[in-house]
Design a protein around this ligand. Structure first.
Ligand SMILES: C[S@@+](CC[C@H](N)C(=O)[O-])C[C@H]1O[C@@H](n2cnc3c(N)ncnc32)[C@H](O)[C@@H]1O
Length: 264
């Protein structure tokens, strides 16, 4: 009788096998930990990126909204000024002299003849809603140096709101010295006029220029715009030298700027 030696059945796994298994398990666990940590890092990184993009997009949206708001406000102001002008023109066409305010190109051209480095006040007559006033400030004349003479009480109210540091004098520019009595502490370095001079007879325009030069320092300019082809201040016998600019075509209607100075 032959006897077969059968292997003894083992109970469970051998130690070696178990050792091998636990090493594999440990390695897998370690790798999983690393993967999990990587995953956490990636998620945090992604979150940061999303937050950065969101911040950027929100910033851009805020900027665009601000710009849009500013444009809407500017358009509203412009429309408001146009409406005020039309109303003023309907009430008093000869005094207002124009249906719309001067455009920025004409206003800047007028302001360009004022030397901002000279100290002293600048007189503006007929400022209306203030386009030339704005151009003067842009040119470097601080608001508190500006003496604004305007006939219309509505425009004066608006000018006081818009330029709170300027001196706004409600009155008649054709009686300039009288109107400015007590408002001008020293002679001005320039006078900028938007008055519709052609609505008045020549002697009145001559008298205005003569009076104005008594309030200005020697050599100071009297600056006047006009839509007309001829000089708004009569030249004959005026003892004034004059310079006239080219046409500012971007203004509607196109206009020119006359600069008068006394012959010394
Ligand atoms: C043609 S608008 C010019 C307004 C503004 N400077 C512009 O360029 O749009 C003339 C302005 O002169 C003012 N004005 C007319 N006669 C005046 C006078 N005698 N004294 C003061 N202002 C006067 C009007 O009320 C009006 O605001």
């Amino acid at each position: 009788m032959s006897s077969t030696v059968r292997p003894r059945p083992t109970r469970g796994t051998s130690l070696a096998a178990r050792l091998g298994q636990s090493r594999v398990a440990a390695r897998i666990e370690g790798e999983m930990r690393v993967t999990a940590a990587d995953l956490v890092d990636s998620v945090s990184e992604a979150k940061l990126k999303v937050a950065a993009v969101r911040y950027k997009v929100e910033g851009e949206v805020r900027n665009t909204a601000e710009k849009f708001k500013t444009r809407v406000n500017e358009a509203k102001t412009k429309l408001g000024d146009e409406a005020r002008f039309i109303k003023s023109w309907i009430d008093s066409p000869l005094r207002t002299g124009s249906v719309t305010p001067s455009g920025p190109a004409l206003a800047r051209r007028m302001a360009s003849f004022v030397d901002p480095d000279l100290p002293g006040p600048v007189i503006e007559i007929g400022p209306g809603t203030g386009p030339v006033t704005e151009a003067l400030i842009e040119r470097g004349i601080s608001e508190d140096r500006l003496i604004l003479v305007e006939y219309s009480p509505e425009f004066c109210k608006l000018l006081r709101e818009r330029f709170p540091r300027a001196t706004v004098v409600e009155g008649d520019a054709y009686a300039l010295s009288k109107t400015l009595a007590g408002h001008l502490n020293e002679k001005a370095i320039a006078l900028v006029s938007s008055l519709p001079l052609f609505t008045q007879p020549p002697p009145m325009r001559t008298a205005l220029a003569k009076d104005a030069f008594t309030l200005l320092i020697e050599g100071a300019p009297f600056i006047q715009f006009t839509y007309s082809v001829i000089s708004p201040v009569p030249r004959k016998g005026s003892h004034l030298k004059a310079f006239v600019s080219d046409w500012v075509l971007r203004n509607i209607p196109p206009a020119r700027v006359w600069v008068y100075r006394q012959v010394l």
